[in-house]
Ligand binder design. Structure first.
Ligand code: ADP
Length: 302
């Protein structure tokens, strides 16, 4: 089950929450959808799930246009909305039967039992939702999203407001249930994306500013600058170093340590430079970026 978002724009009155957004999510991908508050994440998720119409553009879920047949699309999507709205006065089992009833599941009783076990609610299954901790309420939210065994899961900040242990538990649950599904999840926690997602989409001010596989992130740079740190045994001639092809700037940390800003990965020419100038390279490294650094670079914090 794939998702194709094509030129989606969403206006709330005068305000443009999404501006010509396009991206694709392939079957089986687990995608982290991140961006600052107000970037447009929830709006995008509501449009994909058919809960909100776009102002223009379209979303295709496995060849079906969400606008033209939102019921068919909803049957294939499990959605955990932001703030996880639940009926607090209902009992866990009662609520899940109620949700399953909406999907007209014919094996409802067994399915509810199955899903309760899958999300780890067995001990809490006879409690009222209002009596559950936030972590367990979140499991109920995930259970209602999974009850009809959808091929796609859309999770809007599934770990928000949980304590560190609950975060790990819910994260593990998502990894587990996401094995056979296409998953899109929004979060503010970068480690969460690093831990469970194959792909990362960053949205800022209603526009997609990055769409990459997780492995491509560490080498990413907005202006293609590579940072190389090098330590020689003795002082180097900085003017000669500056003449190496693709070197843009050099910061000398001390007599023997240098930080090179380059247009490409020039480690080989730095090594040759050392040999030609009778220097020994004690260490040399290309700086690898964290997702957090890339996020800050792209969303205007740096
Ligand atoms: P995020 O989920 O990334 O925090 P949202 O999609 O909730 O972002 O919001 C994107 C922008 O649209 C924000 O500026 C928000 O204030 C605005 N917005 C969201 N929902 C509504 C609404 N129902 N009416 C008016 N403006 C809204």
């Amino acid at each position: 089950m794939s998702i194709k978002v094509e030129n989606i724009t969403k206006l709330y009155g005068e305000q443009k929450a999404l501006n010509n957004v396009s991206f694709e999510i392939n079957t089986g991908d687990i995608v982290g959808f991140i961006g600052p508050n107000g970037a447009g994440k929830s709006t995008m998720m509501k449009i994909i799930t058919g809960f909100l119409p776009p102002s223009s553009g379209k979303v295709i879920v496995n060849d079906v246009d969400v606008n033209e047949n939102s019921l068919k699309v909803k049957a294939n999507i499990g959605y955990l909305p932001e703030h996880n709205p639940l009926y607090l006065d209902m009992y866990v089992k009662e609520y899940l039967r109620f949700v399953g009833g909406i999907y007209k599941l014919n094996n409802l009783k067994t399915r509810v039992e199955e899903i309760i076990e899958k999300v780890g609610l067995t001990k809490e299954q006879n409690k009222k939702i209002s009596a559950l901790s936030k972590g367990y309420r979140q499991r109920v939210g995930i259970a209602q999203a999974l009850i009809h065994d959808p091929k796609i899961l859309i999770l809007d900040e599934p770990t928000s407001g949980l304590d560190p242990n609950q975060i790990v538990e819910v994260r593990n649950l998502i990894s587990e249930v996401g094995k056979n599904k296409t998953v899109m999840l929004s979060t503010h926690i970068m480690q969460e994306v690093e831990a469970i997602c194959d792909k990362v989409i960053i949205i800022n001010n209603g526009e997609i500013v990055l769409n990459k596989n997780q492995q491509e992130i560490s080498g990413y740079s907005k202006n293609e600058t590579q940072i190389i740190t090098v330590e020689f045994n003795i002082k180097a001639d900085i003017n000669k170093l500056l003449k190496l092809t693709d070197v843009k700037n050099i910061k000398q940390v001390n007599d023997t340590n240098y930080i090179l800003e380059c247009k490409s990965d020039i480690r080989e020419s730095v090594f040759n430079f050392a040999v030609e100038n009778n220097l020994k390279v004690f260490s040399m490294q290309k700086k690898v970026k964290t997702l957090e650094e890339v996020f800050q670079e792209l969303t205007g914090m740096k």
